[in-house]
Ligand binder design. Structure first.
Ligand code: DMJ
Length: 722
C-alpha cells in the first residue's frame, strides 16, 4: 500500500487492504453498538429530586452522600492487587510491541520501577518516584551491567527503529491537499475558514479512527507501533472520555455513540488503582461534565437518543462523573484540606506524592475548583464546593509575596515547600483558575479577581522582561525565589497566559465592545498589550523550530541585569525566514528540550485572541501551525498523529505517542479558531484547563464564597489579626 496522503486514504479508502480492515472494524463496532443501546438504556436508574436553584439541566440520577449504601460499598471494594499499566487486555501481549516493546518495558522497569500510575507531561510525572533505597554494590554492578547490555541492544535496535519511524512520517510531507492548499494561498485566493475547519475535523477523524482501530478502550495510544497501553486494570477511558465534547462539537455522531457505549458498558471507577488527582479531575471529571453540558446545551450536535430528556440514559455522563468525584474527594482528606497528589480509586484513599517530600504541586491542588464547583451546582451536593473552595483559602493564607506562589505545597500543613516560582509546569493553572473561577460564578466572587490582579502585577514586577537584541516579551522563572536570579526559560505551558490575560481583561467580550463599558480601565489596556506581546513570543517559539512546531522549553537571551517591565521595547512584527535573521539570536532551544508533545497552549491562546481582538493574523498563525502538525506529525498507514522527540530537525524524530489532549484540546482549539464566534460564546462559558467547556452560573441560595482573605498591609504582607 503506497500511502501518500492519509486524508485521501481516509476519505476514499481506495486500498483493498484498508477496506477490508475498515469493514471488519465497522461490522464489529456496529454489533457492539446495537448491544450497547440495549444494555446502556436499561442500565440507568431514575429518581432524584431537582435542586431548587439550579439554572440549567437538572440531573435525575445522582447518588446521595447521605445514602448509607456508600458505607457498605466502601467496605466492599477490597484491594485486588491488580497490576497497573497492564499492556494487553483485549489485544493481549500485542501492546508491548515485540522485541522493542520488551526491551523498552524492561529498561523502563529498571529505570522507573514504580511506573504504575498516570504518565503525564514533563514535570507532572508518575504518582510514584523510583525507590531511593540503598543497594549492595554487587547488586548495583549487576544492574549496571544489565543496563549497559540493554542499552547496547537498544541502541542497535533504535537505529533501525528510527529509520522506520522517519519513514513513517516523512512521506506525509507530500500530501496532495496540503500542496494544493499552499498553491491556492500563494495565488492569494479568498480564505475559506469553513473549509479549513473541515481539515481539522478530518485530522480528528484520522486520529480517532486509528485509536479505535488499534487501541480501543486503552488509555494510551502509540500510533507508529499501532498498540495501546492500559493505565488501570480495566482502563480509565483516558482517551475516550477526554474526547467526548470534541466529538460533539464536531458533530461526529457514530463515533460519539461508540464512545458512549464504551462508557455505559465498560467503564468502572471501581479499580484498585492509584491515579493522579489533578489529571483525573481535569480530564475525566472535566470530560464527563462537559459532555453532560454540551449534550443538553447543543442537543442537535451529534444527537443521540439515549441522552434525550426522559431517556433512561440521560444522566449517564453525570452519574459517572459523580461516582468518580466521590472517589476523588478522598484526596482532600488531609490535615490541611489541600489534596494529596494521588487517589486510590477503589479504596477511596488519598496518597501523598512519593516524590518532593510528599508535597503536592500547587497548580494541581488549585486546578480542581471549576470541575467540583460545577458538579456541586449540578447535584446540589455542597460538599464538592466546600472541599474545592477550602484549598483556595489555605493557599492564600500563606500570604505569597505579590501573589506568586511556590510550585509545591504540603497537604499535611498547607504550607508551601521551597521558593521555586514559575508559570510553567506545576505553577501554570493556579493562575488560570483564579480568573476562571471569577467568571464561572458570573463575576460574583471578587476575591478571585483580586487574587488574579495581584498575581498579574507580581508577574509584571518579577517575571516579565525583554530579550536581546530584538526585545521580545517573555515570562521568566525565579527558581530560587523572588529575591534571586531570573531564569529566561519559558515552558510551552506558559503560553496559556496570553489567552487568559485577554479573557481577564474583557470577560470574554470582543475587545471593541468591552472598551465601551464604563468598567474599562487603563489596566485593561495594559493587559491587552501584554497579551498581544506574549502571544507574539509564543508564536515565535513555533517559527524558531525547523518543523514549525514549538519545543517543550525555550530559553531566551536576556541582559544582565534583565530589563524591567517598564523598559521601552518593540519586537519585530514579522519573523524573517532567513536562517541568519537577527530575531533568531533571542531564542534558544536545547537539544533535550526539543520535543513537541502536541500541546495546546499556544493554539488555545490564539483562539482567545482571535475571538477577543478579531485580528485575523491569529487565525492565520493557527492555520500555519495546523499545517506544520499535518506535515510533520502524521503517521503512515492510518496511524493518525504522533508527538515528536525532536521537532527541530526535518524529518523530525517521532515519539510514538498520541496525547489525549491532542484530541481534547489541540484539535478542539483549532476547530474553534476556525469556527464562527457563536459556537461556545466566551462570555457564557468557562473552559477548563483541559479545554472542557462548562457554563457560567449564578450561585443561587445554596452557594456563596465561604472565605475571606486575611488582611494585608500596603505591601501585601498579611497583618496579624486582633
Ligand atoms: C493539559 O493536560 C492541561 O492543559 C494542563 O493544565 C496542562 N497541560 C496539558 C496540556 O499541555
Amino acid at each position: 500500500m503506497n500511502v501518500r496522503d492519509p486524508f485521501d486514504l481516509h476519505r476514499n479508502s481506495n486500498s483493498a487492504a484498508f477496506n477490508v480492515l475498515r469493514l471488519t472494524a465497522t461490522q464489529a463496532a456496529a454489533g457492539i453498538r446495537e448491544k450497547a443501546v440495549e444494555v446502556g438504556t436499561n442500565a440507568l436508574e431514575k429518581g432524584r429530586q431537582a435542586v431548587e436553584d439550579m439554572s440549567f439541566a437538572v440531573p435525575k440520577n445522582v447518588p446521595s452522600f447521605a445514602n448509607p449504601q456508600r458505607l457498605v460499598e466502601d467496605q466492599l471494594w477490597p484491594s485486588s492487587g491488580a497490576t497497573a499499566r497492564s499492556t494487553g487486555g483485549p489485544r493481549g501481549g500485542q501492546s508491548a510491541g515485540g522485541l522493542l516493546g520488551g526491551v523498552q518495558n524492561r529498561v523502563g522497569g529498571i529505570l522507573n520501577p514504580d511506573r504504575n500510575a498516570l504518565p503525564m507531561y514533563k514535570d507532572k510525572p508518575y504518582a510514584y518516584a523510583p525507590s531511593k533505597r540503598a543497594r549492595p554494590l554487587y547488586r548495583k554492578k549487576r544492574v549496571l551491567g544489565l543496563l549497559t547490555l540493554l542499552c547496547l541492544v537498544f541502541l542497535w535496535y533504535s537505529g533501525t527503529f528510527r529509520d522506520r519511524h522517519e519513514r513513517a512520517v516523512s512521506s506525509l510531507s507530500r500530501w496532495g491537499w496540503l500542496k494544493a492548499e499552499e498553491e491556492a494561498e500563494a495565488k492569494g485566493g479568498k480564505v475559506d475558514w469553513s473549509k479549513r475547519r473541515e481539515r481539522v475535523v478530518e485530522a480528528f477523524e484520522l486520529s480517532w479512527d486509528a485509536y479505535e482501530r488499534y487501541a480501543w478502550g486503552q488509555d494510551e495510544f502509540h500510533p507508529i507501533q499501532k498498540t495501546g497501553t492500559y493505565m488501570a486494570p480495566k482502563g480509565l477511558g483516558w482517551i475516550i472520555i477526554d474526547s467526548l465534547d470534541t466529538l460533539m462539537l464536531m458533530n461526529l455522531t457514530s463515533r460519539l455513540s461508540h464512545a458512549r457505549e464504551w462508557i455505559s458498558q465498560s467503564l468502572t471507577w471501581d479499580q484498585d488503582q492509584d491515579v493522579n488527582t489533578f489529571e483525573t479531575t481535569i480530564r475525566m471529571l472535566g470530560g464527563l461534565l462537559s459532555a453532560h453540558y454540551l449534550s443538553n446545551e447543543y442537543p442537535d450536535l451529534a444527537p443521540i437518543a439515549d441522552d434525550n430528556p426522559g431517556a433512561p440514559g440521560e444522566d449517564l455522563y453525570l452519574e459517572k462523573a459523580t461516582d468518580l468525584a466521590n472517589r476523588l474527594l478522598s484526596a482532600f482528606e488531609s490535615p490541611s484540606g489541600v489534596p494529596y497528589a494521588s487517589v486510590n480509586l477503589a479504596q477511596f484513599k488519598g496518597i501523598p506524592s512519593h516524590a518532593d517530600m510528599g508535597a503536592s504541586s500547587t497548580a494541581e491542588t488549585t486546578t480542581l475548583q471549576l470541575e467540583l464547583k460545577y458538579l456541586a451546582k449540578l447535584t446540589g451536593e455542597k460538599l464538592f464546593w466546600d472541599k474545592a473552595e477550602k484549598v483556595m483559602q489555605v493557599v492564600d493564607d500563606n500570604g505569597a509575596k505579590d501573589g506568586l506562589v511556590p510550585i509545591y505545597i504540603y497537604a499535611t500543613d498547607g504550607k508551601f515547600r521551597g521558593n521555586n516560582i514559575r508559570l510553567g509546569s506545576r505553577g501554570d493553572s493556579y493562575y488560570e483558575y483564579l480568573i476562571k473561577q471569577y467568571f464561572q460564578t458570573n463575576e460574583k466572587e471578587p476575591v478571585y479577581k483580586e487574587m488574579w490582579h495581584e498575581a498579574l502585577d507580581g508577574v509584571r514586577k518579577h517575571l516579565v522582561t525583554y530579550t536581546e537584541p530584538s526585545r521580545f516579551t517573555i515570562i521568566g522563572e525565579r527558581p530560587s525565589g523572588l529575591d534571586y536570579e531570573l531564569s529566561p526559560k519559558m515552558d510551552h505551558l506558559v503560553c496559556f497566559m496570553p489567552g487568559s490575560i485577554a479573557l481577564g481583561a474583557t470577560g470574554g467580550l470582543p475587545e471593541k465592545e468591552a472598551r465601551k463599558l464604563p468598567t474599562w480601565t487603563k489596566r485593561n489596556d495594559a493587559d491587552m498589550q501584554l497579551a498581544r506581546e506574549l502571544m507574539h513570543t509564543c508564536w515565535g517559539m513555533y517559527k524558531y523550530m525547523a518543523t514549525g512546531l514549538a519545543a517543550e522549553i525555550t530559553y531566551f537571551n536576556i541582559g544582565n541585569p534583565p530589563l524591567a517591565e517598564s523598559a521601552p521595547h518593540s519586537a519585530p512584527a514579522d519573523f524573517d525566514p532567513d536562517p541568519y535573521a537577527q530575531w533568531r539570536q533571542d531564542f534558544d532551544v536545547k537539544p533535550m528540550d526539543s520535543h513537541n508533545l502536541q500541546r495546546p497552549e499556544t493554539v488555545e491562546s490564539l483562539f482567545y485572541m482571535w475571538r477577543i481582538t478579531g485580528e485575523t493574523k491569529y487565525r492565520e498563525w493557527g492555520w500555519e501551525m495546523f499545517k506544520s502538525f499535518m506535515k510533520h506529525t502524521a503517521v503512515d498507514n492510518g496511524g493518525g498523529f504522533t508527538s515528536l522527540s525532536n521537532a527541530n530537525i526535518v524529518p523530525p524524530m517521532p515519539r510514538d505517542n498520541m496525547e489525549s489532549f491532542w484530541l481534547a484540546e489541540t484539535l478542539k482549539y483549532f476547530y474553534l479558531l476556525f469556527s464562527p464566534d457563536d459556537l461556545l460564546p466566551l462570555d457564557k462559558v468557562v473552559i477548563n484547563t483541559e479545554a472542557h467547556p462548562f457554563p457560567r452560573f449564578d450561585m443561587g441560595q445554596l452557594f456563596s464564597t465561604g472565605w475571606k482573605r486575611k488582611p494585608r498591609d500596603k505591601d501585601g504582607n498579611i497583618v496579624a489579626e486582633g
